[in-house]
Write a protein that binds this ligand. Structure first.
Ligand code: URA
Length: 481
C-alpha cells in the first residue's frame, strides 16, 4: 500500500500532480491510501522511496482529460467525503482508458462524483452569499480591514476566496473557517490553517445590515420554505440578520393584515393597462431634457435608491447606438454611462476596433443603478424583465431622437430590451437581429462579462470577440448611411 499525504493547502493541485505520476507508473487505485494534512500515520506501509512508486513506464501515455472533466473532478475533490481522492483517481483512470463515458449517470461512481460536484458548487455559492464581514479597521490604519467567520460544509475556502479578492480588492480582509483561513492583504491572497476558532467582534456595519434586512422584509410575501431553502438554517448562526427572522415570521401575518387595511383602493390592473400610458413621442424630443426627467423617474422602484438617472451620451444623429445593461456604481456617481471598470474594457475594445466613442451614442437599457447594499458596498443586481420593459420607454425615446442606422446590444439585458428575446447570448453573439419595429440590432458580449471570466486567456478571447463585433458594427453602420 502506497500512502500519499496531500497538503492542507493546495490539496487539489497536489492530488493532480500525484495522479499523473501514479498513472505513468500504472499504480492501481486500490494500492493507494490518500491522506490530507498533518498526522494520520499510515498503518500499512511507509511511503515508498522515489515518490509515487515504480519507475514511470515510457509506453504509458501521460494521463490527460478534457478541461471540463478536470474542472468537475477538481470541484468534487473539495467535497468532505474522505474517500474522494481514491474515488476520483479510479474514475480518472477509467475515463482516460475509455472504459467510462463522461456524463454517463448510469455509472454509480460517476453519478456520485457529479452529485458531489453539485454539492460543492452549492456550498461555494452559499459562502459567496452568506459571508458577513465585520469592520476591524485599527484606528490609525490606512486601508480598511474586515473579518468574517464562516462554516462551510466542504473544503471550499481556496475555491471560493478568489471571488472575494475580485469583489473586495480595495480592502484587506480575512475569512476564517474551522479548517482554513483566507487572508487578503495589499492585494495578495494567502491561506493558512485557522488559529482562532471564533467569530470576529460585532461592529456598526452589522447593525446597519440588520436594519436594512428588517426594512426590506415584506410580511405580505412571506414564504418560509423558500426563505429557508435559499438561506438554510445551518448558516443562520453566523448571519447577524438571521436573529431577526423568527420574530419577523411570527409578526408577519399581523403586519400583512395591517398593510392590506392601510392600502388605498387601487384601480384595477387591466383598466390601468388599457389607458394610454405613454405621452406621444415627437421627433424633436430634446435629449438635453432627458437628464432631469430621468432623475425624477419613478416608473419602477430602482430610481428611488440610485444617486441619479444616467442618460446616454453622444451626438444627436449618431449612426451607431450602443446599448449596455444599466449604470454601475461608478456611472451612478458620475451620471455618465460606461466610465467605470466595464467602461474601460469597452473603451479598450472600441479603440482596437477603430471606433471613436465621441461619434457614437452610448447608453443603457435601464437608466438607474440597481444594487444590493452589502456592508459598505453596493453590489450590482440584474434588473428584472419588468424593470427592463418599463425602462424601454426611455430607450425608445433616445432611439427616436437619435435614429441610429444600427443598434448594438451589449449583453443579455440590452438584447432583451431591444429584441424582446431574453435567451442566453452564447449562440446569438455576432448575429444581426431586429427590434419589434424592424431596426437591425447586432448582438455582442457585455464588457463586464469579460471582467468576470476567471482567467486572463479567456478574458483576452472575449475582448477580441467584443472588438470584432464592434468593428463589424462600424462597417454595417457605414454601409447603411
Ligand atoms: N455596465 C453597463 O451596462 N453600463 C454602464 O454604463 C456601466 C456598466
Amino acid at each position: 500500500m502506497r500512502v500519499i499525504r496531500l497538503p492542507l493547502i493546495g490539496t487539489v493541485a497536489a492530488w493532480r500532480g500525484h495522479v499523473r505520476q501514479l498513472a505513468r507508473r500504472s499504480v492501481p487505485p486500490e494500492a493507494v491510501l490518500w491522506q490530507v494534512g498533518e498526522g494520520g500515520a499510515d498503518l500499512f506501509a511507509a511511503d515508498p522511496p522515489g515518490g509515487d512508486g515504480p519507475v514511470p513506464d515510457p509506453s504509458v501515455p501521460p494521463l490527460t482529460l478534457p478541461r471540463e472533466v478536470i474542472g468537475a473532478i477538481e470541484t468534487a475533490l473539495c467535497h468532505s467525503d474522505p474517500q474522494r481522492f481514491a474515488r476520483a483517481y479510479a474514475l480518472a483512470l477509467r475515463l482516460f482508458g475509455k472504459a467510462l463515458r463522461w456524463g454517463d449517470r448510469s455509472d454509480a461512481p460517476l453519478r456520485r462524483l457529479l452529485d458531489q460536484e453539485k454539492a460543492v458548487r452549492r456550498d461555494i455559492h452559499k459562502m459567496h452569499a452568506f459571508v458577513r464581514f465585520r469592520d476591524v479597521t485599527p484606528p490609525d490604519a490606512t486601508r480598511r480591514a474586515f473579518a468574517a467567520w464562516f462554516e462551510p460544509e466542504h473544503a471550499i475556502v481556496e475555491a471560493a476566496a478568489p471571488f472575494f479578492a475580485r469583489r473586495f480588492g480595495d480592502m484587506d480582509w480575512v475569512i476564517a473557517t474551522p479548517s482554513l483561513t483566507a487572508r487578503f492583504e495589499d492585494g495578495l491572497l494567502t491561506f493558512a490553517p485557522t488559529a482562532h476558532h471564533a467569530p470576529p467582534p460585532e461592529d456598526a456595519t452589522e447593525k446597519l445590515w440588520c436594519t436594512y434586512f428588517a426594512s426590506i422584509f415584506n410580511p405580505a410575501r412571506l414564504m418560509v420554505s423558500a426563505m429557508t431553502s435559499e438561506m438554510p438554517k445551518k448558516y443562520w448562526k453566523n448571519l447577524p440578520e438571521a436573529a431577526l427572522i423568527p420574530d419577523m415570521i411570527r409578526a408577519a401575518p399581523a403586519r400583512a393584515r395591517g398593510m392590506q387595511e392601510a392600502m388605498p383602493t387601487l384601480e384595477l390592473a387591466h383598466v390601468a393597462r388599457l389607458r394610454p400610458q405613454r405621452p406621444a413621442l415627437t421627433a424633436d424630443v430634446g435629449l438635453e431634457d432627458l437628464k432631469p426627467a430621468l432623475d425624477a423617474c419613478r416608473r419602477c422602484p430602482i430610481g428611488a435608491c440610485a444617486t441619479q438617472g444616467v442618460p446616454g451620451e453622444g451626438p444627436r444623429h449618431a449612426p451607431l447606438m450602443i446599448v449596455g445593461e444599466q449604470p454601475g456604481d461608478a456611472e451612478d456617481l458620475a451620471g455618465r454611462p460606461f466610465v467605470g471598470p466595464a467602461g474601460q474594457v469597452f473603451d479598450r475594445c472600441a479603440t482596437a476596433a477603430g471606433l471613436d466613442r465621441a461619434k457614437v451614442y452610448v447608453t443603457n437599457a435601464v437608466k438607474h443603478f440597481k444594487f444590493q447594499p452589502r456592508g459598505k458596498r453596493r453590489l450590482h443586481e440584474r434588473p428584472t424583465q419588468d424593470e427592463i420593459s418599463l425602462c424601454r420607454w426611455w430607450l425608445d425615446l433616445e432611439r427616436q431622437a437619435v435614429k441610429p442606422g444600427l443598434l448594438v446590444a451589449m449583453g443579455a439585458t440590452a438584447a432583451a430590451a431591444l429584441t424582446g428575446d431574453g435567451t442566453r447570448l452564447t449562440s446569438r453573439r455576432g448575429r444581426l437581429e431586429t427590434t419589434a419595429d424592424g431596426s437591425p440590432v447586432l448582438i455582442t458580449l457585455h464588457p463586464s462579462y469579460c471582467l468576470r471570466l476567471p482567467d486572463r486567456a479567456a478574458q483576452v478571447r472575449a475582448e477580441t470577440q467584443l472588438t470584432d463585433d464592434l468593428r463589424l458594427a462600424l462597417q454595417i453602420a457605414a454601409g447603411s448611411r
